[in-house]
Write a protein that binds this ligand. Structure first.
Ligand code: Z2T
Length: 832
């Protein structure tokens, strides 16, 4: 690399190369320099926020040095890279993670303390980067951490939303959404004003000939500019620092159109500019729901086209033959949101690079992999043919051609089956016609995977069944989700992490999570158990303080903490939970004061956002808060039951909540939750779970043993029949649930009209989510939870054993599977 610098200057460059700090003193120097110069503040009025800014800048400098080295090393070696395309990256805070992964947290701790600050307070100043809705976005963030930690040459590509997921406020028991403007001060991104791509929309296609070849030229329409913002992603205990590239939109030609401006057409020139900036303005706040809005399609194409341009440009630098493209590039589609990438790459190869259709299509299908994250029909993306025609006329033609060639092969394969063509067509012949994005993603990829075993089986037997017939079973595979133990154990639960390290021969388990198995030796070690219990208690005290500060309610940390935190959705069944809580409340009320004294105190903790347009989910939030208001102020109940709704659940709150739970709830209707990932976070932090036989709960059971989990409810295979019976047979509601409904109807929790819809969904609208069918099993299982918790020795043994067996759920294992089975990439360890 150095050889590119002319000899006479080489020495001066070498002499002055920036050396990153490696101790507390070095950190302090850098930190204070940033206070005084970058932030232009006096050292005499440096508050916690300024200290956070300066600390971040000091670490950013360290990151960028490593980032440069990694990128140089990758450019030199030019290995195959993987590109992870995701509309969501739910990163949370970056500073703590940077300190840990770089290995300078102790330096920062000492340094900050020398300067008069507590490191926790400084870390707590940071605003979450919340560019995601829930599981899908957080999975992408865990994957980036693992990719870097395992030294894979990998880039993330996403959108730089000006507003991430909204902030949730609870006002009078109702959710109120507040915009999340997070870019005021964001030290973790580097604008690349030299990396800009023009993105075309609308216009028309002109047929022409070049020599004897027919060519299609997409012209007219409008251009929007994409600017790259790079976010360094440090690996844990390795110099590898990968890149997350986020695209931001603005009007082409800079600020606004000066032509129009000078002609006095101020309004329209500013309007054009604003329309362009709107593309990357806001994250759509729907989890597991697609609403088919034009702006969303614009976001998708804008991001996909900019990313592909970048990827193709990088490939072309190596001057390789096009046929080597799939040997250099793997692109993973995080759900169907980036499916247009398939069409865009085909367009680049045939229209711009002049390759033949077949040669190009071979390259395309060898390059892409597609991950499906849901079987819920309302979340499967479809775009109307008319909308695509209008926005991306050339892409629609290519989609039709892809479909034509695909259907021709299907017809040859199944000559006597006319119905299959209708069923698998990428174009749904409805009114209006729709493009089925999942089908396009399957046809354009070489592998399709689900995110947990049950889910991967379900997609093969239900929504993608015909495609298994067509392509054979090998195209479909499973990669069970995982989570990064760096953030979800070490950062979230430092004391437990230390205790584990003391028994597992140091911190290496953070790199090889299977080493947790050494803990099994100590399950019966009294001293170890005592320390374990003390840590759980301390984590509960911490959460109790947060609850006190934010809700004013006092909860007793000795109670059993029962937690359900995740997006609010009928299929996730927070309504089942709150009905269960009401049942518990009514049971307690029915006891004599003497009997009540025998009961185990509980705190039911809820948290999660409802999509702003999801009315039912908002009713659930309202009911939880209404129940809390009554129960928490009932003097007969006292500490025996508290009901808490934690406002604005996000990644940094999850880091406080997960380590503090005794039991957490993963109670989706069987067959609806593709995987779930918080189930893994809770168990890894020494909490048990109550759950249905759904998603990754099943594999968690397989790993930790069925004695260490509280399973209940109907199985996925029975759901269809039950639903059918609700609709066509007689549907009697569980008698305990009826008691709950009567109490609600009597106005126990305020005017009952507010909650009619929740009850009607069960009673009169077919109970699609099987709340009544599973209710009895649910409350009986909660009784087992109480019993088990009373025997603290037994409980602790379950917790410790479970943690010891959680190695499988590291996102490192998961990423290695993707690398081996789907991407065919190798780690690259950089050399100086
Ligand atoms: C999402 O978070 C998930 C699936 C989606 O399907 C969309 C969103 Cl925003 C389109 C979740 C699943 O619900 C969850 O079970 C899974 O663990 C997670 O993705 C990661 O795979």
């Amino acid at each position: 690399v150095e050889a590119s610098i002319p000899e006479p200057q080489r020495e001066a460059w070498r002499r002055n190369k920036t050396q990153g700090f490696t101790d507390a003193e070095g950190f302090e120097k850098e930190m204070v320099r940033h206070v005084e110069t970058t932030l232009a503040r006096s050292v005499y009025n440096c508050d916690e926020n300024a200290a956070y800014s300066a600390t971040s800048l000091a670490f950013r400098d360290r990151l960028i040095l490593e980032w440069n080295k990694t990128q140089q090393s990758q450019t030199l070696k030019d290995p195959k890279r993987v590109y992870y395309l995701s509309l969501e990256f739910l990163m949370g805070r970056a500073l703590d993670n940077a300190m840990l992964n770089i290995g300078q947290k102790d330096s920062a701790k000492t340094g900050l303390s020398d300067l008069g600050f507590r490191i926790e307070d400084i870390i707590g100043q940071e605003h979450d980067a919340a560019l995601g809705n829930g599981g899908l976005g957080r999975l992408a963030a865990c994957f980036l951490d693992s990719l870097a930690s395992l030294n894979y040459p990998a880039w993330g590509y996403g959108l730089r939303y000006r507003y991430g997921i909204f902030k949730q406020e609870i006002i009078d028991g109702y959710q109120v959404e507040v915009p999340d403007y997070w870019l005021d001060f964001n030290p973790w991104e580097f604008p690349r004003h030299d990396v800009v791509v023009d993105i075309q929309f609308y216009g028309h296609v002109r047929k022409d000939t070049a020599g004897d070849k027919a060519v299609s030229i997409w012209e007219g329409g409008e251009i929007v500019q994409a600017t790259a913002y790079d976010v360094p992603i440090p690996g844990y205990d390795t110099p590898t620092t990968n890149n997350l590239r986020l695209w931001s939109s603005k009007a082409s030609g800079g600020e606004f159109d000066f032509q129009k401006f000078n002609n006095g057409d101020y309004e329209s020139s500013v309007a054009d500019q604003q329309r362009a900036e709107t593309i990357s303005a806001v994250l759509y706040p729907n989890d597991n729901l697609e609403r088919g809005k034009e702006l969303r399609l614009k976001q998708q194409y804008f991001w996909v086209a900019a990313s592909l341009y970048d990827i193709v440009r990088r490939f072309k630098k190596s001057k390789r033959d096009w046929k080597e493209f799939p040997q250099q590039v793997a692109i993973q589609l995080n759900d169907t949101h980036p499916t247009l990438a398939i069409v865009e790459l085909q367009r680049i190869l045939i229209d711009i690079e002049g390759l033949s259709w077949d040669f190009a299509w071979d390259i395309v299908t060898s390059t892409f992999g597609y991950t499906n994250h849901t079987v819920l029909p309302e979340a499967l993306e479809k775009w109307s043919v008319g909308l695509i025609q209008h926005l991306l006329p050339r892409h629609l033609q290519i989609i039709y051609d892809i479909n034509l060639f695909f259907l021709q092969t299907v017809e040859k394969q199944f000559p006597n089956d006319r119905d299959i063509l209708r069923r698998v067509s990428i174009i749904e012949e409805s009114q209006p016609k729709m493009v089925r994005m999942a089908f396009l993603a399957i046809v354009g990829s070489h592998k399709v995977n689900g995110v947990a075993e049950l889910h991967s089986d379900l997609i093969k037997t239900t929504i993608f069944r015909d495609f298994v017939e067509i392509y054979g079973p090998d195209k479909f595979t499973n990669v069970t989700n995982g989570i990064t133990p760096r953030r979800w154990l070490h950062q979230a639960n430092p004391r437990l992490s230390e205790l584990i390290a003391s028994k597992c021969g140091g911190k290496n388990y953070l790199k090889d999570l299977n080493e947790l198995s050494k803990l099994e030796e100590f399950v019966n070690d009294k001293e170890f158990r005592k320390e374990w219990a003390e840590i759980k208690y301390a984590n509960k005290v911490r959460l109790a303080k947060h609850i006190k500060n934010t809700t004013g309610v006092t909860v007793n940390p000795s109670s059993l903490f029962d937690v359900q935190v995740k997006r609010i959705h009928e299929y996730k069944r927070q309504q089942l939970n709150i009905f269960g809580v009401i049942h518990r409340y009514l049971s307690l009320k029915a006891l004599s004061p003497a009997e009540r004294k025998q009961q185990l105190p509980r705190v039911s903790i809820f948290g999660g956002k409802a999509a702003p347009g999801y009315w039912m989910a908002k009713q659930i939030i309202h009911l939880i808060n209404a129940v809390g208001k009554v129960v928490n102020n009932d003097p007969e109940i006292g500490d025996l039951l508290k009901v808490i709704f934690i406002e604005d659940y996000n990644v940094s709150k999850a880091e406080i909540i997960c380590p503090a739970s005794d039991i957490s709830e993963h109670i989706s209707t069987a067959g609806t939750e593709a995987s779930g990932t918080s189930n893994m976070k809770f168990v890894l932090n020494g909490g048990l779970i109550i759950g249905t036989c759904d998603g990754a709960n099943i594999e968690i059971t397989r790993e930790i043993g069925e004695n260490n989990i509280f399973l209940f409810g109907n199985l996925a295979e029975d759901v269809e029949d039950l639903r059918h019976a609700h609709t066509y047979g007689s549907h009697t509601i569980d008698s305990n649930l009826e008691k709950v409904f009567s109490a609600i109807e009597k106005g126990t929790f305020g005017p009952s009209e507010d909650f009619n819809a929740l009850m009607a969904a069960v009673r009169h609208h077919g109970d699609f989510y099987l709340v009544s069918d599973d209710f009895n099993s649910y409350i009986e299982t909660h009784k087992l939870v109480d019993e088990s918790y009373r025997n603290q020795d037994e409980w602790l043994a379950k917790c410790i054993t479970s943690v010891a067996r959680m190695g499988f759920f590291s996102s490192d294992r998961c990423i290695n599977e993707y690398a081996d089975e789907i991407w065919n990439i190798e780690p690259l360890v950089e050399q100086e």
